[in-house]
Design a protein around this ligand. Structure first.
Ligand SMILES: [Mg+2]
Length: 129
């Protein structure tokens, strides 16, 4: 295998940045010749499909407690995989649209803080769970 065709498949144990994920996804697609298929529309549809797979995990379970008590290891692993699929397609979609998703998300948090100022009202009971 030529060095240009090698890809890093190691699993990092440190904090991972959106930029690192974006770069690794771009390399992954490039090495497989998949860039041609990664139009914004195609990536959006793939993202929606993955959201559906994520939703299926929770479908018919009723309300689920924080930390997923009583879920098996394999159920949690499945959830990790589908959450990752959603995240990875979201990052790719932002990338092919030429957007900095991390910066956009930070800006959105600031906008939300202005839109929903902290009030002195008591916290709604449903938020205490
Ligand atoms: Mg999936």
């Amino acid at each position: 295998m030529e060095s240009s065709q090698r890809e890093c498949v190691s699993v990092a144990t440190k904090d991972v940045s959106l930029r690192e994920l974006r770069d690794r996804l771009a390399e992954f697609a490039k090495l497989r010749g998949w860039e041609q298929y990664h139009s914004p529309r195609n990536l959006l549809l793939a993202l929606v499909g993955e959201v559906g797979e994520l939703s299926e995990i929770f479908q018919w379970k009723g309300e689920v407690g924080r930390g997923l008590p009583n879920w098996s290891h394999s159920d949690k692993e499945h959830l990790e995989e589908e959450l990752s699929d959603v995240l990875l397609y979201l990052i790719q979609l932002a990338d092919v649209c030429g957007l900095d998703l991390g910066q956009a998300a930070l800006s959105k948090i600031v906008k939300n803080a202005k839109k929903y100022p902290i009030l002195n009202n008591p916290t709604p009971r449903s938020f205490n769970n």
